[in-house]
Design a protein around this ligand. Structure first.
Ligand code: F6R
Length: 363
């Protein structure tokens, strides 16, 4: 049942405020304490975290790396599952291995998990399907509570993965004694604010439709982001490729001049994801480099960012202002909606893109 939507994908994008609220309800108690499912985990006994996943779930891990490093001061490795296993990485026993998978059945992720069994100190999984193979073989299962995701392109599972991973990073920070009560309370309040700012962010739909119509004319599209926005640039490019079949690449803004800028001309839309955070000025100077080469910049930012840097761009998408820590969760919305409306403009099959399956059970 598409609940009045034309596609499962748009229904699932629209459901995000509700399902994130659900996930928050499962992990945060009324007094703001974090409650993990049994048997829980004490990160005081963990020195290193290894995260493994595929596709969009891998990008969720890249965002989580920032959170675990910055908030929990914990060293983190992130790998795509198909690469991790064959490298046979050493896993000291105070390493926790964390697997992220919507379906819980992805063959490469499951094989990576099995490689870690008996080596890592503990095996954690963040899944949408609690009855899945990955969940069954984990020491601790953290369900994302996104509800069934039908669209092949992952949307609400991604933002719920991010939400649960941020909560886990906060728990790690607490266990390791590296976060004070005020900072902790600030992060919890930012988390609790997500459903309402996400509803507000869904209001960009009309604008995203107009931008999508423009993007649908392009042959190549670049997505740029720095810091916390780099994984979002990767996700925006993946979503676009998947459902509109337009070639897209996500780059760290600072990498632009090391090669990809050669692609830029007046035919290339460049989507810049840049909330007005402490890295904003750097991203803007990268953005100006592509504008000087006539690249068509679509700047996605908050009111202050658009006021400071919107001039001379091809288009802007105005996002609500949020605390920096939760911006990756919020900026999932423009990544998804740009892909969705570009695909609609091209007339491709949004829910069932060619060559793709919802669950990839072969390596
Ligand atoms: C992208 C997408 C895929 C999956 C990947 C992992 O929209 O859906 O990249 O994220 O195949 O799948 P799961 O999360 O089920 O392990």
């Amino acid at each position: 049942d598409k609940g009045g939507h034309k596609h499962f994908m748009s229904k699932e994008i629209a459901e995000q405020p509700t399902v994130i609220a659900q996930a928050l309800g499962h992990y945060l108690s009324g007094d703001g304490a974090i409650a993990l499912p049994e048997p829980g985990i004490d990160f005081a006994g963990v020195d290193r975290l290894t995260m493994v996943a595929c596709g969009t779930a891998y990008y969720a891990c890249l965002s989580a790396k920032h959170w675990f490093e910055q908030i929990a001061r914990m060293p983190v490795d992130v790998d795509v599952a198909s690469e991790f296993r064959y490298r046979e990485p050493p896993l000291p026993d105070r390493t926790a291995a964390l697997f992220v998978s919507q379906s819980g059945e992805t063959a490469d992720t499951l094989a990576a998990l099995r490689f870690c069994q008996g080596k890592a100190g503990s095996i954690l999984s963040v899944v949408n399907v609690p009855e899945s193979s990955i969940a069954r073989e984990s020491d601790l299962v953290l369900p994302i509570h996104a509800g069934v995701e039908v669209g092949v392109a992952s949307t609400k599972a991604y933002s719920c993965q991010l939400t649960v991973l941020l909560i886990l990073a906060l728990k790690a920070a607490q266990d390791r004694g590296v976060i004070g009560p005020d900072e902790f309370a600030d992060h919890v309040s930012a988390l609790r604010g997500i459903p309402s700012v996400m509803s507000e962010a869904l209001g960009i739909a009309d604008n995203a439709r107009r931008m999508g119509e423009k993007i649908s004319q392009a042959r190549d599209v670049l997505f740029l982001g720095r810091g916390q926005m780099f994984p979002l640039a990767l996700e925006g490019a993946l979503k676009l490729k998947e459902i509109s079949y337009i070639h897209a690449e996500g780059y760290a803004s600072g990498e632009l001049k090391h090669g990809p800028i050669a692609l830029v001309d007046q035919n290339v839309p460049i989507v810049v994801m840049a909330p007005r955070d402490r890295l904003f000025d750097k991203t803007v100077s990268n953005m100006q480099e592509v504008m000087a080469r006539k690249g068509k910049v679509i700047l996605i930012s908050d009111a202050r960012g658009i006021e400071e840097a919107g001039e001379g761009t091809f288009g802007t998408i105005l996002m609500p202002t949020v605390q920096e820590v939760v911006s990756p969760i919020l900026y999932a919305v423009p990544a998804q909606l740009l892909a969705y409306y570009t695909a609609i403009a091209k007339g491709t099959d949004v829910d069932q893109p060619r060559n793709l399956a919802k669950s990839v059970t072969v390596e």
